[in-house]
Design a protein around this ligand. Structure first.
Ligand SMILES: NC(=O)c1ccc[n+]([C@@H]2O[C@H](COP(=O)([O-])OP(=O)(O)OC[C@H]3O[C@@H](n4cnc5c(N)ncnc54)[C@H](OP(=O)(O)O)[C@@H]3O)[C@@H](O)[C@H]2O)c1
Length: 333
């Protein structure tokens, strides 16, 4: 195991960059942090991420110093990560963890981009494939929540008869990033809810590519919604099962599959978002009513749906304990 590493965050003034900074300044195996920002160079990171006032004196810089970095987190908009990698020649020994969708949408878990190999970084699906030479395409937030809701079904006999999976999921406003828009404006978002991109959300491709197999190949019907809260995703997936399959069969399947996965928690009641907020945990609840299985799940879009999962991936890549820097409890009230 490497003792400590140095990291750089590109796009460090945004929401996912801010969450990485908040967690990595206290991470036991991180030494030096470079916070790269094109718009805030020379300002203290606490001038932008005000929750970090009193925590650190780190200042944003415009350019990365490659001689002092082991791992780079790309927290850029879709399309910008690939451009950044084209414009910056990164030595091979430096690992990349990309939070955008630029290297996610392949049907094979590893995407080859020029001279780099990106692996689809849902650890509960692919961590056995990580090597010291692979880079990580960190999954999307809805895609993480929905895939973790269904992952144990992927190679199960139960799945052969599942023809359709329906999912309705709602996300908070931070899922759209920190740039202001009509649908993140307080006056619109507060006390409001809306369906958007029904059956056309970009994460459907990701779910098709990485979750579905010859055994589990249903028609997938996804209704995304945006809600009047800042953080969190709640996803409810349901499908018809054969009459002989009982609720306990599904609970046994899920609990066995997830037994060694530190952030996956079986909930005995229907989970609410607040228990997941500010944690890297994914909570799932299973019910069966009239031959319909219902999986209700929640995670924090900025943590298990983004920056927390990126740190989990870094921990695995560098053989740090998987939960390092991520042992977080929600506050609820
Ligand atoms: N928000 C979530 O819940 C979430 C979840 C999963 C994945 N993601 C993905 O993670 C990536 C970062 O998301 P985010 O929520 O952190 O976004 P964000 O708050 O909008 O931050 C993106 C940062 O990228 C930098 N940037 C560079 N070129 C840019 C450009 N052309 N337009 C706008 N910003 C530019 C800016 O940082 P500087 O000014 O510092 O350079 C900006 O602060 C995105 O690809 C997003 O889809 C987000």
């Amino acid at each position: 195991m490497t003792s400590t590493i140095n990291i750089a965050i590109i796009g460090a003034s945004g929401y996912t960059g801010g969450e990485l900074l908040r967690l990595l300044i206290h991470h036991p195996f991180i030494d030096n942090i470079q916070a790269i920002s094109t718009t805030n160079a020379n300002r203290r990171i606490s001038d932008i991420h005000r929750d970090l006032l009193g925590e650190t004196n780190i200042v944003f810089t415009e350019h990365i110093h490659l001689d002092n970095v082991d791992c780079i987190f790309l927290c850029l908009p879709h399309g910008s990560s690939a451009i950044w990698l084209q414009n910056n020649s990164i030595p091979h020994h430096i690992r990349i963890i990309d939070l955008s969708s630029d290297f996610r949408n392949t049907s094979f878990p590893i995407e080859h981009s020029s001279d780099r190999y990106f692996i689809y970084g849902l650890p509960e699906l692919n961590k056995s494939l990580y090597t010291p030479n692979t880079d990580i395409a960190n999954p999307g937030c809805f895609a993480s929540c929905i895939q973790l809701s269904l992952l144990p079904l992927r190679n199960s006999d139960i799945s052969k008869d599942i023809l359709d999976i329906h999912c309705t999921a709602i996300t908070g406003s931070t899922g759209a990033g920190s740039l202001k828009s009509d649908t993140t404006h307080f006056s619109w978002r507060d006390n409001n809810t809306q369906v958007y991109k029904p059956f056309q959300h970009q994460h459907e491709i990701e779910i098709h590519n990485h979750l579905f197999t010859n055994i589990l190949s249903p028609a997938f019907h996804f209704i995304p919604m945006r809600g009047s809260f800042t953080r969190g995703i709640l996803a409810c997936s349901y499908f018809t099962i054969q009459p002989h399959i009982q609720k306990d069969d599904l609970i046994h399947l899920y609990n066995s599959f997830y037994k060694d996965m530190p952030f996956i928690v079986h909930s005995y009641d229907s989970p609410d978002c607040k228990r997941a907020i500010n944690t890297n945990k994914f909570f799932y609840h299973i019910d069966v009513i009239d031959n319909k299985a219902i999986i209700t799940a929640t995670l924090d879009n900025l943590l298990k749906g983004a920056s927390g999962q990126a740190i989990q991936n870094m921990n695995i890549l560098y053989s740090f304990p998987e939960t390092s820097g991520l042992q977080l409890k929600s506050s609820v009230y």
